[in-house]
Structures are given as structure tokens and as C-alpha cells.
Design a protein around this ligand. Structure first.
Ligand code: 2HA
Ligand code: ZN
Length: 277
């Protein structure tokens, strides 16, 4: 099969465009990765040519010999739909999880996303947890989420509570909550370690003054999670603009969340529930 005919490749390309249309991918902002299934690799690997090995910049032993579809470093997600062969690539991780080889794509040269260490470390964590076979990691510069990191305390429980309160569907969509990490230099191993630790516990991770990482078992699920969080952040920005931080007249209370959890059979993050109003 031709690479561009594979369903996962089409869905990957589509997500890049959907995110761009949302305004989450100015210039070369944001990136996307997908851990390719064995049978999907088999169906397209006749098209692969293997380039030299390069350092990942971290170790992902549990991903050894696996293949990933990723966006390119410096590439604009806006252009992925029209020129996929120039802006995304398939890589293979080596035996000991320290290096990768490009085996398809980025046909004018280049390398995988600058956030490759964070993507691969997150993919390693979700593979280990293997909840719903999550295989997608998506990083976007969601405007309202970023805005909130200037006014809310950078505390995972408070952030989660504030976003849960903004729409009844939020605790249903992200019952484990959202992790927040303070500002860090992007692109390296340190931020990758901090993010992947958070992905053990939370459904999504916010990078203060930068953006957000979400995971998903399908492209729709990853996009839908980002979209839901960003929408509740937008509502919160509006509420704060009207009323000021922490001065709502009324909200969804702890008692309401407990009632919702009972009826929807949810296990809500206890640490967040404890600080609900
Ligand atoms: O430029 O979003 O975090 C891509 C990024 C880096
Ligand atoms: Zn970024």
C-alpha cells in the first residue's frame, strides 16, 4: 500500500489541519506523534528506506524497534495537508531506545519534531499503562489554556477544578484531571521527564506560558480532549474577564460532582474533589 493511502496517515494529516484551523498552530507551533501498529507497519514498509541513526536525546527502552509517525521540526502544521511528504516522517527507534532512523518522509531533509523526547517519553508511559491502547500524543498552543497560566496558580488540582466547573462534560471527559508544570525550556530531556511523570497520573499536561500535551487512543479522542479543555478554558477566560479570578456567583459544587460521578459511573480525582467548593 502507498503510505499516503493508509488510514492512520490520513487521520494524522487531518488532525494537523483541524488543529491549524482552531488557531493552535501559528507558524511552526505544535507537533503530533503516533505509535504505529505492527500490522500498519507491515502494510506500508515496502516504501521505507532507512537513513543514518541519530540520537533521540533521551532513552525510551520500552519503545525499542517500534515505528512512529511524527511531524517535522520547524514544519508548519498548516502545510501538512498539502505537502505531507515534506512535513511529516516515519521513524524507527533502535534496539536500546536511544536512537532513531528516518525511514520515510521529510523528503527535502530535516528531522523529527523538536519535542521528540517529550513525545516518545509520553508514548512510552501510555504504552506501559496501556489504557485503551493509547498511541497518540498531541502538543498544541491552545490560546485560552496559555492565557490561564498567567492568572491561575500553577497547581494541577486548582486548574482541574476551575476547568471542571466550566462545563458539566469536563469531569466526564477528563476525570483524572490535568497536570500543570511551571515554565521550562522546551525541546529537551528535562521537560520530557517532567511531562511524562504527569502523564502517569493525568489525562493532559499544561506547560505554563507555552501550551498543552494530550494523549488519545484515536485521533478523534486526542483532538476531542484538547478541544474540550480549550473550550472550558475559553469559558473561564470569559468568566474571569467579567468577574475577576475566583469570584463566581455560583458554580458546580463538590456535591454536584459527586452526584455526577455516581450517575455517570466516574472515578473522579479525589485530590481535586477535596478542594471543590
Ligand atoms: O515549535 O511547539 O514546543 C514546535 C513547538 C515547540
Ligand atoms: Zn510548543
Amino acid at each position: 500500500m502507498k503510505v499516503l493511502e493508509a488510514k492512520f496517515v490520513k487521520q494524522f494529516i487531518n488532525l494537523c489541519f483541524e488543529g491549524y484551523q482552531k488557531g493552535w498552530h501559528e507558524r511552526n507551533g505544535g507537533n503530533l506523534s503516533y505509535r504505529i501498529k505492527k500490522e500498519e507497519v507491515e502494510s506500508i514498509k515496502e516504501n521505507f528506506t532507512y537513513q543514518d541513526e541519530r540520537e533521540i536525546g533521551t532513552i525510551v527502552k520500552d519503545l525499542s524497534n517500534e515505528y512512529f509517525l511524527v511531524t517535522g521540526s520547524g514544519c508548519y502544521l498548516m502545510n501538512v495537508k498539502e505537502y505531507p511528504e515534506e512535513n511529516i516522517c516515519i521513524i524507527k527507534v533502535n534496539d536500546d531506545g536511544t536512537k532513531y532512523q528516518i525511514c520515510r518522509g521529510l523528503k527535502n531533509g530535516g528531522k523529527p519534531t523538536s519535542e521528540l523526547p517529550s513525545h516518545l517519553m509520553n508514548l512510552e508511559v501510555i504504552k506501559r499503562r496501556s489504557i485503551n491502547e493509547k498511541r497518540i500524543v498531541y502538543h498544541m498552543h491552545a490560546t485560552n489554556v496559555i492565557a490561564l497560566t498567567f492568572v491561575l496558580p500553577l497547581n494541577s488540582e486548582i486548574f482541574t477544578r476551575e476547568l471542571w466547573e466550566m462545563a458539566t462534560e469536563c469531569p466526564v471527559v477528563f476525570p483524572r484531571g490535568i497536570g500543570v508544570i511551571p515554565w521550562m525550556v522546551p525541546g529537551g530531556k528535562d521537560i520530557a521527564i517532567a511531562t511524562s511523570k504527569m502523564i502517569e497520573k493525568y489525562d493532559a499536561v499544561i506547560w505554563a506560558h507555552h501550551g498543552m500535551f494530550v494523549t488519545g487512543s484515536t485521533f478523534d479522542e486526542a483532538f476531542g480532549l484538547a478541544d474540550t479543555i480549550e473550550k472550558s478554558a475559553e469559558i473561564l477566560v470569559k468568566v474571569i474577564s467579567m468577574k475577576g479570578v475566583f469570584s463566581k456567583e455560583q458554580t458546580i459544587s463538590r456535591e454536584n460532582f459527586i452526584h455526577l460521578a455516581k450517575d455517570f459511573n466516574l472515578t473522579l480525582n479525589e485530590d481535586v474533589l477535596k478542594i471543590c467548593k
